[in-house]
Design a protein around this ligand. Structure first.
Ligand SMILES: *[C@@H]1O[C@H](CO)[C@@H](O)[C@H](O)[C@H]1NC(C)=O
Ligand SMILES: *[C@@H]1O[C@H](CO)[C@@H](O)[C@H](O)[C@H]1NC(C)=O
Ligand SMILES: *[C@@H]1O[C@H](CO)[C@@H](O)[C@H](O)[C@H]1NC(C)=O
Ligand SMILES: *[C@@H]1O[C@H](CO)[C@@H](O)[C@H](O)[C@H]1NC(C)=O
Ligand SMILES: *[C@@H]1O[C@H](CO)[C@@H](O)[C@H](O)[C@H]1NC(C)=O
Ligand SMILES: *[C@@H]1O[C@H](CO)[C@@H](O)[C@H](O)[C@H]1NC(C)=O
Ligand SMILES: *[C@@H]1O[C@H](CO)[C@@H](O)[C@H](O)[C@H]1NC(C)=O
Ligand SMILES: *[C@@H]1O[C@H](CO)[C@@H](O)[C@H](O)[C@H]1NC(C)=O
Ligand SMILES: *[C@@H]1O[C@H](CO)[C@@H](O)[C@H](O)[C@H]1NC(C)=O
Ligand SMILES: *[C@@H]1O[C@H](CO)[C@@H](O)[C@H](O)[C@H]1NC(C)=O
Ligand SMILES: *[C@@H]1O[C@H](CO)[C@@H](O)[C@H](O)[C@H]1NC(C)=O
Length: 864
């Protein structure tokens, strides 16, 4: 079949050949023969036989015969070799080989590069060079090997060329090839690729033009990574956004592209810089160098590669297009896209907050905290918490925290309540600096220390969506240990504060504040009126932050009473304290700078001490009553010289034993040494601080000093300084609301006069007492004998119980059960505890071993 076709062709050719032979004989050579046509020339030259055959097969011969004023580029036979035998693999297009309205004589071609764009199917780049005396002309990829074959009968010319002239590649294919070869144009390639997928590139306006291609170097010279991400739609988010967001983004990208496209096909030699313009109608000067082989636009560096033909137009590539960034407009919105935060932009538009992203031309400084989107969650944003991501100011973290002591600072967010809660004030953000960086509201990490900056807007990425401070209770960090105060507030139904148009400032005793005032807390718990007095004075109208510098102001407490407040900051080497003086509170209330806790109705200052308002009076009597040992009041009233103690005029502190221990020790009004005993338990006010600080000399009114030791943190033991090793434990304490030197210390058992060292005791006590001492001594001896007997009997019964008490250890340190906070003096447990202690106290407190209570051991070993 193919062979047959070939034969047919051959027959045709043979016919031509014979006629050609005839003409040749008549006219001594083809070229001199009159009336030759283009087709004649092709026929005359065997080298064009393949081309001619194809022309004939495609039916193009009549066209060539009719056409005037043209140039035919005729590939010689060897040009087809690369095609193999399959001639139809590339569709043949005659127009690829014809320059219409142009009879091109090689002698008229300029040296260097000429670009022909008119009346051709795609631009042709002619390159004329002279090397070692011979002239070389290339047209696109083909070389003219047989120039200027002019027919006599047609206004036309034929140039034999070495290769076929193929359709040039599409822009995107060209770029992919180029990127494959050089690796330097990936960014522009990606850009065009993304345009192609949007079908923008097929727009007619990109035809018949010149495209300036920026290399990656060129991109990085004019754009940062965010801007590149935005232009390239690196995160493929363009398709996911809608409405004006998308319109703006597409327009920006289009402008970027149009900026790089010059109207018309420009290339090759120009004697003068040519003024042209791009598709954005910006003037661009186009200058060619080195015979048109390199180009410069608007005084750029010379092109890397030039005059590359694509379908349809011509390409020059650059490392330095100076106006690369000119047409692309960047603002906060574009930067957010560049950060893969298009969802955030979408949310802002959705909540009608796009004004927050509006142009830097508005000149409004702004800081944005953008949640990282890698989590790929759909966040429940509200208008309010979106606004909480903005600060209407520029926050340069590193500068803000440079060289300041406090590692925490507060900033006003753009969320300003128009409602009743904060009285139109703006909710704040607290930013803390630590070794690892910055953290917002103790929870949200800021992921980089340097912001992205665009115009007057700074952008930081954060770990999570910011949530606005919530209700009062959940806002408090559990590690602040405010539960005791919250319990008081709950009792008076103040955990929900009524809206007050101004917001609240709450001074909340947290941390250890109640552990030194455990008795006061207990007193309050039993008296709602007192709780109200206490807590309603600690809740103030309006917002007072610790960073408000030194100010004086007037406000109201929850009783609607006028309060004047002065705030003063005191810096020391390691901390910055803020003191608030309230006209309703005697003491100056100490808080730490920037430790403010925000909640939806205001600010909380967690304080580490309980301060009592003037209106609240907790007396020594109240505190003794709280301990349950009311007999102690009677004892004091019994003696005239102790009347002053409860008068609250002078300062005294009291060691009050638990009610049960008094009973067990048989101390009542009939106790003979009651006065002396009381003296041991009444501490002059000026020694109170020694007791509070657990000093080793604590004067009592008896003259016999006590000494204190802390057996384990928070566990305090007292004993007579000049006595034996017997110790009493402080279970709870509390001071009066008006005098820090008047306190009540609940102890687990009475201090006994008998614990004084014998010689001391003798010196101090009259003869009667000595007698009593002797009697007591005798009783002790008898008791000892009795004990030995018990042990002996016990052994006879075959139990080892009697031996066990030698197995002792430090009772105090080993028994958290007895810690001051846990002990309940009035309960049964308290009395058991006391009995156990009594037993233990028979052993030296310095002993490192712990005795075992015989009674409990007995019941467990031998229950019958
Ligand atoms: C060919 O070119 C000549 C001179 O430029 C012109 O006069 C003539 O009209 C052209 N012929 C055709 C068919 O275009
Ligand atoms: C030649 O190429 C065309 C198109 O690519 C193809 O359809 C045809 O099968 C090929 N013929 C031969 C003989 O390879
Ligand atoms: C491009 O130029 C060619 C030849 O000059 C012309 O035929 C074609 O219509 C032009 N295309 C566009 C889109 O202008
Ligand atoms: C696209 O973004 C990723 C992640 O930020 C980055 O690693 C990559 O370099 C970006 N691609 C381009 C072409 O800039
Ligand atoms: C090119 O330079 C001219 C003259 O300096 C200037 O007017 C024009 O705006 C520049 N073009 C671009 C796109 O920046
Ligand atoms: C961009 O954000 C999307 C979620 O919107 C996420 O799935 C994707 O992993 C992010 N891309 C990068 C490179 O972080
Ligand atoms: C409760 O406290 C109030 C205010 O301090 C006081 O007036 C009242 O006497 C107290 N009531 C009792 C039962 O202690
Ligand atoms: C606050 O009160 C203390 C004493 O309680 C006083 O020393 C201090 O000067 C007062 N501060 C202000 C600012 O009034
Ligand atoms: C004290 O003694 C008197 C008389 O001896 C007696 O009536 C009274 O009940 C005793 N009081 C106590 C508390 O034991
Ligand atoms: C403490 O007060 C007592 C009287 O209450 C007095 O005798 C004593 O001197 C005072 N001590 C000091 C150090 O002021
Ligand atoms: C305690 O008593 C001693 C001696 O009696 C005295 O020197 C000292 O000042 C007293 N301390 C206090 C705080 O009263």
């Amino acid at each position: 079949m193919i062979f047959g076709l070939y034969n047919g062709l051959w027959n045709q050719s043979a016919m031509f050949l014979s006629s050609l032979l005839l003409w040749g004989i008549l006219a001594h050579g083809g070229s001199d023969f009159p009336f030759t046509t283009v087709v004649d020339i092709l026929s005359e030259n065997v080298e064009f036989s393949t081309f001619l055959r194809i022309l004939q097969r495609q039916g193009c011969v009549p066209i060539l015969n009719e056409l005037q004023n043209y140039t035919l580029l005729a590939p010689v036979n060897s040009a087809f070799i690369n095609m193999g035998t399959n001639e139809s693999s590339t569709p043949f297009v005659l127009d690829n080989f014809i320059l219409r309205n142009n009879v091109l004589s090689t002698s008229l071609i300029d040296d260097g590069i000429t670009v022909i764009d008119c009346d051709v199917r795609f631009p042709l780049v002619l390159q004329k060079s002279v090397s070692s005396g011979s002239t070389l002309i290339k047209i696109n990829e083909a070389t003219i090997v047989d120039p200027d074959l002019a027919p006599s009968f047609q206004s036309a010319t034929v140039h034999g060329i070495s290769d076929l002239i193929n359709d040039p590649p599409l822009l995107i294919d060209f770029l992919q090839d180029l990127e494959g070869q050089t690796g330097e144009f990936s960014l522009f390639e990606k850009f065009v690729e993304s345009l192609t997928s949007d079908n923008i590139i097929t727009d007619m306006e990109f035809y018949n033009n010149t495209i300036l291609i920026p290399s990656n170097i060129n991109f990085h010279r004019y754009f940062n990574q965010l801007e590149i991400n935005y232009i390239l739609d690196n995160f493929s988010k363009l398709d996911s956004v809608t409405g004006n967001i998308r319109k703006a983004w597409e327009k920006n990208r289009l402008n970027f592209f149009r900026n790089l496209i010059l109207r018309g096909v420009h290339g090759g030699v120009h004697s003068q810089p040519e003024s042209t313009e791009n598709l954005n109608n910006d003037k661009i000067s186009f200058e060619s160098n080195d015979f048109g082989s390199s180009i410069s636009v608007n005084d750029s560096e010379l092109s890397i590669d030039s005059n590359i033909v694509f379908d349809r137009g011509i390409i020059h590539s650059f490392n330095d297009i100076p106006f690369l960034s000119k047409a692309t407009h960047f603002n906060a919105e574009t930067y957010l896209h560049g950060m893969n935060s298009s969802d955030f932009v979408q949310e802002l538009y959705f909540r009608n907050l796009q004004k927050m992203l509006e142009d830097e031309s508005l000149d409004v400084p702004l800081t944005i905290f953008v949640p990282e989107t890698s989590l790929n969650e759909k966040f429940g944003y509200t208008k309010s918490n979106l606004l909480y991501h903005f600060i209407e100011n520029q926050l340069w973290l590193e500068e803000e925290f440079l060289g300041i002591k406090s590692s925490t600072k507060m900033f006003e967010s753009a969320f300003c309540s128009s409602n009743k809660r904060l009285g139109g004030n703006c909710q704040r953000l607290r930013i803390k600096k630590n070794l690892n960086g910055y953290i917002i509201n103790d929870k949200y990490k800021i992921l980089h220390n340097k912001p992205f900056e665009i115009g007057k807007t700074l952008i930081y990425t954060i770990s999570e969506v910011l949530q606005l401070p919530g209700d009062f209770v959940p806002s408090l960090n559990p590690f602040y240990h405010c539960s005791k105060s919250l319990e008081l507030l709950r009792k008076i139904n103040l955990l929900d504060l009524p809206p007050n148009q101004e917001g609240y400032t709450i001074l909340l005793p947290c941390f250890e504040s109640w552990s030194t005032n455990g008795l006061d807390l207990e007193y309050l718990r039993r008296n709602l009126t007192a709780i109200e007095l206490m807590m309603k004075n600690m809740i103030l109208e309006g917002l007072i932050y610790t960073d408000s510098e030194d100010i004086n102001l007037n406000t109201k407490n929850m009783f609607d009473q006028e309060i004047s407040i002065s705030v003063r900051t005191e810096s020391s080497a390691d901390s910055e304290k803020v003191f608030l003086n309230l006209s309703s509170v005697r003491e100056s209330i100490e808080t730490e700078l920037n430790m403010d806790v925000f909640f939806n109705q205001g600010v909380i200052h967690p304080i580490s001490k309980s301060y009592f308002p003037n209106d609240l009076s907790i007396t020594l009597g109240d505190l003794i009553e709280t301990t349950g040992t009311t007999a102690f009041i009677d004892f004091l009233n019994f003696f005239d010289d102790f009347n002053a103690v409860l008068s609250n005029n002078d300062s005294y502190s009291l060691l009050v034993p638990t009610k049960n221990s008094l009973r067990i020790d048989g101390i009542d009004k009939n106790f003979t040494s009651l006065h002396q005993w009381l003296e041991l338990h009444v501490i002059p006010g000026n020694a109170t601080s020694d007791l509070l600080e657990c000093g080793n000399q604590i004067n009592t009114t008896s003259g016999e000093p006590l000494t204190c030791r802390e057996s384990s943190p928070g566990n305090y033991l007292l004993k007579l300084k000049n006595g034996n090793d017997n110790e009493v434990r402080i279970l709870k304490k509390g001071c009066t609301s008006f005098d820090m030197n008047s306190c009540v210390f609940l102890i687990d058992r009475p201090i006994s006069l008998q614990w004084l060292s014998p010689n001391k005791y003798h010196l101090k006590l009259p003869g009667v007492a000595i007698g009593i001492g002797i009697v007591l001594g005798a009783i002790s001896v008898l008791a000892l004998l009795f004990c030995i007997l018990v042990v002996f009997v016990g052994r006879n019964h075959g139990t080892k119980v009697g031996e066990q008490p030698t197995d002792t250890e430090d009772n105090a340190a080993a028994r958290p059960l007895l810690s001051a906070n846990n002990a309940e003096p009035n309960s049964l447990a308290g009395s058991n505890d006391y009995q156990r202690r009594r037993f233990e106290s028979a052993y030296s407190s310095n002993s490192s071993r712990k005795p075992i209570d015989v009674s409990t051991v007995r019941t467990s070993v031998n229950p019958v």
